[in-house]
Unconditional design. Structure first.
Length: 276
């Protein structure tokens, strides 16, 4: 009888060990599968970032202003008829896309030019922005260059990652004796933060920051308002004789009398980018 009890106890112990080993095996397999999965790789990546101090608790604060795209004040339906009346051949959709490209490229340049001092100059800003499908004023390039210089002086890197524009529209239209101004407003998001020597100092690296920008595009009707650098940057010349066009509001070349299409996109210049 006693021997039978021992046998039963032994079987129970053996069964328990097998059950434990089975559970351990399942856990090991599950952990291995999780580790090799995409979710597991993301988890391990974030874990290492936290361990190395690259990501902190502030990066995981999901606030309403971060998660919801900002609205834009789009007055296109009211302003497009006025603009079309003044400039019937102007492609507003093309201008809006080009102005958006200048905005995104400006953020890209701020990040690239503060990541390292590679001998960049203001001319790089002017050249790359002018390649966006619309000209830019020299003053805009100078403003961006000043931001680059200030960040470099403080040893900061300005990060704008994964930029995504949600929406855009015409926000304002003003016409004076010397200029015509069209303001586009855009809502965008990106991972926006600052680093110093690779160490996080401010912003949010995990949750996109929602922003709203005004991009002002001008048409200079008064040549006195346009500097020689702006004319050089735009590179607008008479299509017939090649002479530089200094009076961008005129309809004919002052040298040869050839008609000039004043709605040429190179005559319109992006003058300001303002976060609001």
């Amino acid at each position: 009888m006693l021997g039978g009890n021992f046998a039963i106890i032994g079987l129970c112990i053996a069964g328990g060990l097998l059950l434990v080993l089975g559970v351990v095996g399942i856990v090991v397999k599950v952990r291995s599968a999780f580790k090799n999965s995409l979710l597991g790789q993301i988890y391990n990546g974030v874990k290492n970032e936290v361990k190395e101090g690259k990501v902190g608790p502030e990066d995981f604060s999901m606030k309403q202003e971060f998660s919801t795209p900002k609205s834009v004040s789009d007055l296109s339906s009211a302003l497009i008829p006025r603009i079309n009346k003044d400039f019937p051949d102007l492609s507003l959709s093309q201008m809006q896309s080009a102005a958006q490209a200048v905005l995104v490229k400006s953020l890209d340049l701020l990040m690239a030019m503060t990541t390292g001092n590679n001998g960049d100059t203001i001319d790089r800003i002017q050249t790359e922005l002018n390649a966006c499908g619309i000209g830019v004023t020299r003053s805009l390039s100078e403003e961006l260059w000043h931001k680059v210089g200030s960040a470099r002086a403080e040893g900061k890197t300005l990060i704008y990652r994964d930029v995504m524009v949600h929406k855009g529209g015409i926000n304002a239209y003003q016409k004076t004796e010397s200029t015509v101004e069209i303001t586009f407003q855009y809502s965008l998001q990106c991972l926006q933060y600052q680093e110093r020597n690779g160490t996080f100092i401010s912003g949010n690296r995990a949750t996109p920051t929602q922003s709203r920008y005004n991009v002002k595009v001008v048409n200079i009707l008064d040549a006195d308002r346009l500097t020689a650098e702006d004319i050089k940057g735009v590179g607008f010349t008479c299509p017939h004789c090649g002479a530089p066009v200094k009076h961008l509001g005129t309809d004919v070349c002052s040298f040869c009398g050839t008609a000039i299409k004043t709605v040429d996109m190179r005559i319109w210049l992006v003058d300001k980018l303002v976060e609001i």
